[in-house]
Write a protein that binds this ligand. Sequence first.
Ligand SMILES: [Zn+2]
Length: 330
Amino acid sequence: MGFEAKSKTLLDDLIENAGGCAVIDGGLGTQLKRHGASFNEALWSALCLINEPHLIRRVHLEYLEAGADILLTSSYQATIPGFLSQGLSIGESELLLEKSVKLAIEARDEFWGSVKDTPSPGQNYNRALVAASIGSYGAYLADGSEYSGCYGPDVTLDKMKDFHRRRLQVLAQAGPDLLAFETIPNKLEAQACVELLEEENIKIPSWICFSSVDGENAPSGETFKECLDIINKSNKVNAVGINCSPPHFIESLVCKFRELTDKLIVVYPNSGEVWDGKAKIWLQSTCFDDDKFELFATRWRDMGAQLIGGCCRTTPKTINSISRVLKGWS
Ligand SMILES: [Zn+2]
């Protein structure tokens, strides 16, 4: 930290242009499935990078239209070991990671090109930023451990860093505006992310988001204070928050995070339906819909969140609802 003056980043500019709170996109996999994309267990939506990239581009454009100021790339579950397990080479795997960033940048540029000179009344767009999605180790394991935080006794800090390092390098080199570590379930992985950003001398603004299954702590049971103490020491992380957790946890977690950090706060909960990692199905919830997102998004903003969007099972309709309340869209 030191006395070095904190320079303003693209992310700060975006938040300012968006009036103090920028909108992130919603569930990518959810929307891909609606368009008939095929997934498999090892790669989940990353399979579309190989077979159906046009659908990824289509979903990016739908979220931009709905008002997203930030697009997350289709790399959440795209990992080099995951691609290798499907018979691809290292070179092919790295090209697919790059492609996830390129698809989002192309969609952003195309959309921005079409709206910047022809603003439509009641819908003011910002030039969106592209955040390279970096799913947790648990997301790669695909065993639900991103929601339990239990990686077992053999997973050390070095192993975590080895898992994340090459993908981080490839994604960073592909030219995204931001890096988004997502669904981090424990302190060890947060520390690995922080150390890697430092070791790789990453200059791109980043955020680290945790999941939470009890609304109070990280899934591992470690307190968010323990987790944020590590992140607060790094000036390479610009924002911290919560993703893919039930929306009714978010208000109290934003309050908690506001007390624990001076960094920007980012929240993009899921729809409130619960993922059963063993059965691999979503358990229905009736407690939340897009109208409630509309109501709650303003509360999260008023509590101090500066980046708000949706995760699994949210759709362009959800993001449009959030845009209407946060941007005053008609
Ligand atoms: Zn999610």
